[in-house]
Design a protein around this ligand. Sequence first.
Ligand SMILES: Nc1ncnc2c1ncn2[C@@H]1O[C@H](COP(=O)(O)OP(=O)(O)OP(=O)(O)O)[C@@H](O)[C@H]1O
Ligand SMILES: [Mg+2]
Length: 255
Amino acid sequence: MTVSPKDAVLELDAVTVRFGGLIAVDGISLTVEPGARWAVIGPNGAGKTTLFTTVAGERYPTSGRVRMFGRDVTRTPSHRRARRGLGRTYQVTNVFPRLTVVENVAVAAAAAAPGRLRFWWPGRPDGHADETLEQCGLASRRDHLAGELSHGEQRQLELAIALAARPRLLLLDEPAAGLSAAERVLIRDLVRALPEGMSVLLIEHDIDLALDLVDQVLCMDNGEPIATGTPAEIRANEHVQAVYLRTDGDGEAEH
Ligand SMILES: Nc1ncnc2c1ncn2[C@@H]1O[C@H](COP(=O)(O)OP(=O)(O)OP(=O)(O)O)[C@@H](O)[C@H]1O
Ligand SMILES: [Mg+2]
């Protein structure tokens, strides 16, 4: 099914990000439809996280356009994109360690709610916060300090924080990074169980995990889009295979 641009959740048009002489993102164009699941793959330094920061509005592109939920947001600050329905988790775990688990989720929900910023501290837990914790497998940790959780549980909490605001578009930057095999399975199941209508962009170095979770893939190398397609097309793509042969298979370049 083709989706007209006005229905797309996200449209990137030739997005380029330069850091001085380095082109970190080089002409990426992408259309994300409602409910679509995309993986963004590529070796270390390919520009995946920089692309996410541009989608999130934490950094504006050097050139190119970003449209989200039918509006041009190329120079719209990140908090406004969040209010309109963008959620994000970070490559490095990012929770409030001295708040409890449920407070972390409640604060995130309150901060995203328009007009309620005045009451944002301390976030008052409501039913939705508890539902989100349940969904993310953290109900039994509800009243623990976030800083006391294991690394795997902190990644689950990050996901809960992002879901608290009920995003329409969710960016996950290596949600399973540094986790044990059992914890990775948990994250995989959480991502798989996300609401059907939610569009997801996932950065993940474990190709098998990534391709198992998505229906579309963008492969980047040196900032450039080297292939887009279904998981099967990406596995069969010679250019993608060449990029991954150059590396040790998990995206780390061999030296
Ligand atoms: N703030 C910055 N200032 C200067 N250069 C940067 C900055 N952020 C990223 N870069 C550079 O841009 C390129 C892309 O980095 P980015 O973090 O987007 O890659 P990545 O694909 O997310 O890599 P990884 O898989 O290791 O997380 C790299 O060469 C990186 O060193
Ligand atoms: Mg990264």
